[in-house]
Write a protein that binds this ligand. Structure first.
Ligand code: ASP
Length: 309
């Protein structure tokens, strides 16, 4: 996939290092527009369909901001209730309809594989903006971009991923991308929420050094980057199970200052309680800068699949 024109962005699993680097370089070029320093009409006349059938604040608004700040326009569906999905329309039919209106679509849906399904029939690029507990490729791309910006490199880093690694789709996509680098991973979760075997098998196959543990404090001692995640309440059948795990990990300023004050702290957001508010003032708290980086990365992706970058 070295030429992105017309391509879907569905998963990071098959994404090559050259493509990843190309996206990172292009995002750098778009940063001036994302940072509101300059305006652009590069995507004038192009339409993004933003189809969000599951809740979203950042991803949807970040895609829409990216499109509009490059001069393009947006049509949007937010929530299944107001759309024809509520009447029983299939996602495949929706894709066939939307391709008549838009030039590219970003889709979020609770079903794993939903974006793949739509991409199979759509004649325009489909970008997966989160498919259930599957993947969230654009978040992982902005995470790599952020690690690079915060630490100056990805190679040689020890990266801890903490929380709900089973249902958290961002850590799935991020793991696939980190496998391109010489990193050490510490996978921190309760046993019931551990990283799916499909992903740890992939890491092992790529000879990525990783450790599986329940102990967050130990991971914090060794990590350059700590990537916290929320326990994904909406994926639990049993509310009592969620209650059991929701406060399993809480990263506080005290823990960081005690063990590793130079650590970078990331989170795809929303945070529920897993990072204390007093962490926000630390230099290493990168989660709001991460959001800002998302606009540049999504600008790059939109421009690339539309053949404008
Ligand atoms: N916003 C991210 C996602 O959509 C992370 C999360 O919801 O916990 O996957």
């Amino acid at each position: 996939m070295s030429d992105f024109l017309g391509k879907d962005i569905l998963s990071t699993k098959g994404m090559g290092k050259v493509d990843l680097e190309k996206i990172m370089e292009t995002a750098d070029e778009f940063a001036v527009f994302a940072n509101k320093e300059k305006s652009s009409d590069l995507l004038k006349g192009k339409v993004l369909a933003s189809l969000f059938y599951e809740p979203s604040t950042r991803t949807r608004l970040s895609f829409e901001t990216a499109m509009q700040r490059l001069g393009g326009s947006v049509i949007t569906v937010s929530g299944a209730e107001g759309s024809s999905l509520a009447k029983g329309e299939t996602l495949r039919d929706t894709a066939r309809v939307i391709e008549n209106f838009a030039d590219v679509m970003a889709v979020r849906h609770s079903l794993q594989g939903s974006a793949d399904d739509m991409a199979e029939v759509a004649g325009i690029p489909v970008i997966n903006a989160g498919d259930g507990h599957g993947e969230h490729p654009t978040q992982a791309l902005l995470d790599i971009y952020t690690i690079n910006k915060e630490r100056g490199r990805v190679d040689g880093l020890t990266i801890a991923m903490v929380g709900d690694l089973k249902y958290g789709r961002t850590v799935h996509s991020l793991s696939y991308l980190l496998a391109h680098f010489g990193v050490k991973l510490i996978l921190v979760s309760p046993d019931q929420l551990k990283m799916p075997a499909e992903i740890t098998d992939f890491l092992a196959e790529k000879k990525i050094e990783f450790e599986v543990t329940e102990n967050m404090d130990d991971a914090v001692k060794h990590a350059h980057v700590c990537y916290m995640t929320r326990v994904q309440q909406e994926r639990f059948d049993d509310p009592a199970e969620y209650e059991r795990f929701k406060n399993f990990y809480v990263l506080t300023k005290e823990i960081i200052e005690k063990y590793n004050s130079k650590m970078t702290i990331m989170h795809p957001l929303p945070r529920i309680g897993e990072i204390s508010l007093n962490v926000d003032d630390l230099d290493g708290a990168a989660y709001f800068r991460q959001v800002k980086n998302g606009v540049a990365v999504r600008m790059a992706l939109l421009a690339m699949v539309l053949g404008k970058a």
